[in-house]
Design a protein around this ligand. Structure first.
Ligand SMILES: [Zn+2]
Ligand SMILES: [Zn+2]
Length: 220
């Protein structure tokens, strides 16, 4: 049985957070200095940061496979933490952890049903919040060439800013609902994605319980 390699988890995490640092610090805080004094285009650096951010999880998907069922990716952590495969429910073996850890047999684990309505709410809030932010961005994105343009710009901001705020609040409400209602009721760590098909179970990565929408659980 081939264990997952901690080294790749660490490389993926470093890439991901380096991307964040590049994007936030370089672009948002020192952007002007970079462009003015060093003639480095901040847009390029920012996009490079976003690329690194995405590359971390992609690298992890390429390098990590559950030895029991072949599912790619899984929980990412810097040091060993007992975690379960969300597809087959077995403990994921890592090269820096115990290779054959005792686990509760799958048919003796807790089976927990979550309410489907919360999944719809989370999806609806995501759609509404994203639509508000995109609309605000479209409205406020206005080139200023003359004083009349500037006046129009302010007029547009009167609409755009509240719309932007509404979008951010909707997304915050979404995160809040997902964190409280789409979470494993047993350990409150593992989540059930809102697009999980009805009745199909997914195993909590943290406690190994079976999670699904509805009460009738059907095991893969
Ligand atoms: Zn598996
Ligand atoms: Zn759990």
């Amino acid at each position: 049985m081939k264990p997952l390699r901690r080294k790749w988890a660490q490389v993926s995490l470093v890439l991901h957070y380096l991307g964040w640092v590049l994007f936030v610090v370089v672009c948002q805080i020192f952007g002007n200095v970079l462009e003015r004094d060093f003639n480095i285009p901040t847009f390029g650096v920012g996009m490079f940061g976003v690329g690194l951010m995405l590359m971390g999880p992609v690298l992890w998907r390429l390098t990590a496979r559950c030895p029991h069922c072949g599912k790619r990716g899984g929980p990412l952590s810097w040091v060993y933490k007992k975690s379960y495969c969300s597809r087959c429910g077995h403990i994921l073996p890592f090269d820096d952890g115990p290779l054959n850890e005792e686990e509760t047999p799958l048919d003796q684990r807790a089976r927990l049903g979550l309410k489907r309505g919360w999944a719809w709410l989370v999806l609806a809030l995501t759609a509404a919040g994203t639509a508000c932010i995109l609309a605000a961005w479209r409205i406020m994105d206005f080139a200023v060439r003359s004083p009349a343009d500037l006046e129009e710009k302010w007029a547009r901001q009167d609409v755009g800013l509240p719309l932007l705020l509404a979008g951010v609040l909707l997304l915050l409400a979404m995160a809040f609902a997902a964190d409280f209602r789409l979470v494993c009721p047993h350990c409150r760590k593992g989540h059930l994605p809102p697009w999980q098909p009805r009745g199909k179970a997914r195993w909590c990565w943290h406690c190994g319980a079976a999670l699904a929408f509805g009460d009738e659980l059907e095991m893969e």
